[in-house]
Ligand binder design. Structure first.
Ligand SMILES: [Co+2]
Length: 357
């Protein structure tokens, strides 16, 4: 298949699940930090690929875990890791993506996901299931509920529907869903932490059904959430829908980042740069890279193509710090972060949101 998109992932691919690498605060341009280097690459779940050597030397400067519990101007406590439950089994009859059995980190493929009729139907089915699971997961969000309990329910519902929870075993990710609470930007691992009144939590669901991934996330309120946090969540959601509204065949991909960044600017929110949207379909992560911030990257949307848009907006710092678990990404200053995500299909008339109930 000939692909005209931003075409190649080189030299700076990013995708939406990272791991085994550390992010850092930097004054360097993003492209320097995230230059793609096949030799030094470790890919993980959802959002980046980084050149590890460039990242590691700064580890000592930017604390991976901070000692201070309190956050400035807030009664909220910093997020801390909880305990993980054992890995949940998946029945033999469920079709598993190839990366599950492989010991190697998942690779990145440079082809766009452009589908024939059958492929589009499969994408609609996996997108719909992902949306249903996400909607159900949202009903579980209440004070006192652990993120592990949400993982348990999500895992069971996906399996009951004959699908595989895509994050489980992707690059070593230990759970079936990502739960990112408060200052967690993305890739939070479900654990023993109980949700608290006033928390916000992003739940990111990806299912693998009949050989196709559907990927979606939303940020939910736990109990009584303050107005500032509510507004961040609403603007983040609005930015996703605004971006989707301009999509269509031949449209430049960089319009997505421009429209999201413009809305964030209006409200003085930050746009996280290191984690991006991605092609999705037969592969969990592929071309194109979808940048959510203002950029001039080349590449256009193609008819019958599927990819995600998944902006992460913050109230303060956009700099990510990754915990020792190699997954959990939090804002450097502990400020809140919200995210919404849909898988979309480029149609003749624009874009169809596949991850809708
Ligand atoms: Co994604």
């Amino acid at each position: 298949m000939i692909v005209a998109g931003p075409g190649t992932l080189q030299p700076r691919l990013i995708s939406s699940f990272v791991g085994n690498c550390r992010c850092r605060q930097s004054t360097q341009p993003l492209h320097d930090i995230f230059r793609y280097n096949p030799g030094s690459l470790t890919v993980n779940l959802c959002t980046i690929i980084v050149q590890r050597q460039m990242i590691k030397p700064d580890l000592g400067v930017n604390l991976v875990c901070r000692n201070t519990d309190e956050l400035p101007n807030s009664t909220r406590k910093r997020l801390k890791p909880g305990k993980l439950s054992p890995r949940r089994p998946v029945p033999d009859h469920i079709l598993k993506p190839p990366y599950v059995a492989s010991k190697k980190p998942p690779g990145i493929t440079t082809g766009a996901e452009v589908h024939d009729e059958k492929g589009m139907e499969c994408m609609r089915a996996s997108g719909k299931l992902a949306a249903q699971v996400l909607q159900y997961a949202g009903t579980l969000v209440k004070p006192g509920v652990t993120t592990d309990a949400i993982d348990q329910e999500v895992h069971q519902m996906i399996i009951d529907n004959g699908a595989y929870p895509s994050p489980l075993g992707y690059g070593g990710f230990p759970k079936s869903v990502c739960t990112s609470v408060n200052e967690c930007i993305c890739h939070g691992i479900p654990d023993s932490r109980e949700l608290e009144d006033g928390d916000i939590i992003n739940i990111d669901v990806t299912v693998y059904l009949n050989g196709y991934h559907g990927d979606t996330s939303a940020t939910f309120f736990c109990g009584d959430v303050d107005d500032e946090a509510k507004k961040l969540v609403q603007v983040t959601k609005d930015s996703l829908y605004k971006a989707i509204s301009i999509c269509g065949p031949g449209v430049e991909l960089n319009k997505i980042g421009r429209i999201i960044n413009a809305l964030a600017d209006e409200h003085r929110y930050g746009v996280v740069e290191q984690f991006v949207g991605h092609g999705v379909g037969r592969l969990f992560h592929s071309d194109p890279v979808i940048l959510h911030y203002r950029n001039n990257e080349r590449g256009r949307m193609m008819l019958n193509q599927t990819f995600t848009i998944e902006p992460m907006l913050t109230m303060g710092s956009i700099h990510p710090i990754i915990w020792d678990d190699d997954w959990t990404v939090v804002t450097a200053d502990g400020s809140l972060s919200a995210q919404f995500e849909h898988t979309i299909l480029i149609t003749e008339n624009g874009a169809e949101i596949l991850t809708q109930c």
